[in-house]
Design a protein around this ligand. Structure first.
Ligand code: CA
Length: 220
């Protein structure tokens, strides 16, 4: 028994997946297609996708923003957990990666729930704010360029309703955030975000050590 978070070895991780993962064959296929890409490490872990889907259900999210869509696995997880009139605004800059996403969203029958915007995410967020959509969103998932995380945070906080949930991916960054010898821009940006969130009274906070670290910040 332990009262601190377990370190999962392969055997225990396999057990966790075997005894809790409810991934459809299509979702598995999307992960396998993505795994052939050089950027496959950008794919979220399947158990994290399942947690995010549960969170969508838990707060009854119908309006979601995703920053960093890649090949669409996380958006698929969230969209599947929403009712038919739910919408995910997906922000990405890559036509190539999101073309894979679109194919799988179609096959999963949830393409109508996705509003894909190919543009720098800050432009899309600013356009939503300019359209008067502040306070309209239930959830935001941030999984894009780390050096802009703090900017995404401020904008998403404004776009979320009170009680809306923000999720930041990669906040443990393979452990580099705690490595005093790591001084690259991404690591510094993630450390800054973690420090900023830690003391920000506008949100309730939990850094969940799932995947590469998933921070939950609930707008108060
Ligand atoms: Ca990520």
């Amino acid at each position: 028994m332990t009262n601190r978070t377990l370190r999962l070895d392969d055997r225990l991780y396999d057990y966790l997946l075997a005894n809790s993962l409810r991934e459809t064959p299509l979702m598995r296929e999307l992960r396998e297609v993505t795994a052939r890409d050089d950027m496959a490490h950008m794919q979220i872990a399947p158990e994290q996708g399942q947690l995010m889907a549960l969170l969508v259900e838990l707060i009854g999210a119908r309006r979601i923003i995703e920053i960093g869509t890649f090949t669409g696995y996380s958006a698929l997880c969230m969209a599947q957990a929403m009712p038919d009139d739910g919408r995910v605004v997906c922000c990405d800059v890559s036509e190539e990666w999101t073309s894979i996403a679109r194919r799988f969203w179609e096959r999963a029958g949830i393409a109508a729930r996705i509003d894909l915007r190919i543009a720098p995410a800050l432009d899309t967020l600013d356009a939503l704010l300019a359209d008067g959509r502040s306070g309209e969103f239930d959830m935001a998932f941030v999984d894009a360029d780390k050096t802009h995380y703090a900017d995404y945070y401020e904008r998403c906080l404004e776009l979320l309703r009170p009680g809306g949930l923000m999720l930041f991916d990669n906040t443990l960054w393979s452990g580099r955030v705690a490595d005093a010898d790591a001084h690259d821009d991404d690591t510094i940006a993630l450390r800054r975000l973690n420090e900023l969130l830690h003391v920000d009274e506008r949100v309730s906070l939990s850094l969940v050590p799932i995947g590469d670290g998933l921070t939950l910040a609930l707008r108060r």
